[in-house]
Design a protein around this ligand. Structure first.
Ligand SMILES: Nc1ncnc2c1ncn2[C@@H]1O[C@H](COP(=O)(O)OP(=O)(O)OP(=O)(O)O)[C@@H](O)[C@H]1O
Length: 563
């Protein structure tokens, strides 16, 4: 960047010297009729012109690299940072806003690094250098030109104030429109199924029209100021021509000096005209940078503590313990878990049952630290999970979520997401356990690329792949959030039978809704009012705890009703 700015300044010096050589040509060879020095002077002008052209080319060459480099680095930083940010951030931050920051806003910053900033430096330098020369040629007129900076300053200040608000509003609205497009693309099936195409189109049109209005208002602001920035240097030029003609008539200036004066002054017209554009460009980059730094300045809430230790997979036994755990989601005052205690022994499969919305998923997500407890602690083999490195914790604790997100990559890549070194035998076993052999019948088998989020597969197929993906990790603790909800009873039974052999050596914590899934568990815990109120085998709880009977019968009723 420094090289680029230095080249720009040197090129401006070259162009600023040319009018002074013209002055020498007029006052020498032209006025005196002596052409002997003409060739040297024109050769100097030619050399200066060529030199300037070369420097401009070199600057532009560097400029592209620098500006695109700034954009690429920032984009990489944002992506990395977003990966480090905790789940709570993503719960609140709209995806469309994130996308527009990583694309449109970065483009604005690049344009300023490539153009606005360079012209700002060149133009300020040119302005000062020209004024210095004008004062030196004929100071009274030089001061008149210098005085034009006063209205320009107030004009720029007013323009910048209004424009900055307009450009932030435009960028936020662009994020909003991106969000509307993203959400409707994601939910296109729901929209079609409910026949809501017209409704969402109207909503999108509304957002789009608002963006149009904001943008038009911004462009009007720029064109108004452009006209003013254009008028000032031309009015001053008219004044200079009158004053200059009088000065030449009174022998205060030579004709050559007047030509040099006017030529130099003409060099100010473009820098002043461009002031509005540069301010606009700078303001847009500034508000874009604000939006980018809204993301970059958010500290990830879930990171390795200083001195966090690794728990190698070979050492992990899978003893999971919740001690006095309290939890409330950020920005809410509702306590979801309120003094929850639970001990899951190594190798045991423990099911958590409870009415819908009681906090089963929340509780499960505390073990791999997708969220951190508000109070109390979660222990893995006696270590507070916050004292373990995130990398080793997540190698030891694998999760299959109820909503199985698959990525647009091959089946194999999806399966080995958590353990890239998995062998063919591991993959085969995991597919067998999850009853997901259907993948072998896909057009390219395991190499078939599954569509965006695996939409080309059925819900049950996706769920089985997500289960295989978790099983393949061979974790010490397997977290299964109602992993069989989309399977038919027959397939569920097959999966349960195969899972039983895998779960024999693994600690498993399973959120269950259906009485049939409880069959997987050695013991069941009942979650109620944010606590575990009863733990025992399925038959013990059925006998001793009416609330447990109520939960399971309600769930089986709803399954029955749905069927
Ligand atoms: N990301 C979130 N931000 C704020 N509140 C949340 C969030 N996720 C869940 N909740 C709230 O926390 C409570 C517990 O939700 P959770 O998903 O853990 O229940 P659940 O028992 O798993 O429900 P289900 O049986 O329907 O799957 C609910 O009241 C829910 O509204």
């Amino acid at each position: 960047m420094i090289a680029m700015l230095a080249l720009a300044v040197v090129a401006s010096v070259f162009s600023l010297v040319i009018p002074r050589v013209i002055q020498a040509v007029i006052d020498g060879p032209v006025v005196e009729g002596d052409t002997s020095g003409l060739w040297l002077l024109t050769a100097i002008i030619g050399a200066l012109g060529l030199g300037e052209a070369f420097l401009v080319w070199l600057r532009r060459y560097i400029q592209a690299k620098v500006a695109l480099g700034v954009e690429a680095d920032l984009r990489r930083d944002i992506y990395r940072h977003v990966q480090r940010l905790h789940a709570g951030f993503h719960d609140r931050f709209q995806t469309g806003q994130l996308l527009s920051r990583a694309t449109g806003d970065l483009g604005r910053i690049r344009r300023f690094a490539a153009w606005g900033m360079i012209f700002l430096v060149i133009n300020i330098f040119t302005y000062l250098a020209v004024i210095a020369q004008l004062v030196q040629i004929y100071w009274p007129l030089g001061l008149v030109v210098a005085a034009s900076a006063v209205p320009l300053f107030f004009l720029s200040r007013n323009f910048a104030r209004g424009y900055i608000t307009a450009s932030r509003a435009e960028q936020d609205q662009q994020g909003e429109v991106a969000n509307l497009a993203e959400e409707t693309a994601q939910g296109i099936r729901v929209i079609k199924a409910f026949g809501r195409a017209r409704h969402v189109t109207e909503k999108f049109d509304g957002g789009s029209a608002k963006l149009y209005d904001i943008s038009i208002n911004k462009v009007r602001m720029l064109s108004r100021s452009w006209a003013m920035f254009d008028a000032i240097p031309n009015l001053v030029l008219a004044a200079v021509l009158i004053g200059g003609a009088l000065a030449v008539a009174n022998d205060k200036m030579t004709i050559g000096e007047l030509v040099a004066f006017v030529t130099l002054q003409l060099m100010l017209v473009w820098p002043i005209e461009a002031l509005g554009w540069i301010i606009a460009n700078g303001n847009e980059a500034m508000t874009a940078a604000d939006r980018v730094y809204d993301v970059l300045d958010t500290e990830p809430a879930i990171v390795d503590r200083p001195g966090a230790r690794d728990l190698p997979r070979a050492e992990a036994k899978g003893h999971l313990r919740f001690e006095g755990v309290r939890f409330a989601y950020d920005g809410t005052d509702k306590t979801v878990l309120d003094g929850l205690d639970l001990d899951v022994r190594p190798g045991e499969t423990l099911a958590v049952a409870g009415v819908t919305g009681c906090g089963k998923t929340t509780m499960l997500s505390l073990a791999p630290r997708l969220y951190d407890v508000t109070a109390g602690r979660v222990l893995l083999d006696g270590h507070d999970v916050r004292d373990l490195t995130l990398e080793s914790l997540r190698l030891n604790v694998a999760t299959a979520f109820e909503d199985p997100t698959l990525f647009s990559m091959s089946v194999r890549e999806n399966l080995t997401l958590g353990r890239q070194e998995a062998t063919e035998a591991d993959i085969e076993e995991a597919l067998r356990v999850a009853q997901a052999d259907f993948v072998y019948d896909l057009p390219w088998g395991l190499d078939t690329r599954i569509g965006e989020q695996g939409l080309s597969l059925s819900g049950g197929q996706r769920q089985r792949l997500a289960l295989a993906r978790a099983v393949i990790v061979k974790p010490a603790v397997l977290i299964l959030d109602d992993p069989l909800s989309a399977l038919d009873v027959h397939t569920e039974e097959l999966v349960e039978r195969a899972l039983a052999s895998v779960l024999a050596g693994t600690t498993a914590l399973v959120a269950v809704h259906r009485p049939s899934t409880v069959a997987l568990a050695d013991r069941v815990a009942l979650l109620e009012d944010g606590r575990i109120v009863a733990v025992g085998t399925h038959s013990e709880l059925l006998e001793s705890t009416p609330a447990y009977r109520a939960v399971l019968s309600a769930e089986s009723d709803s399954v029955g009703a749905a069927a």
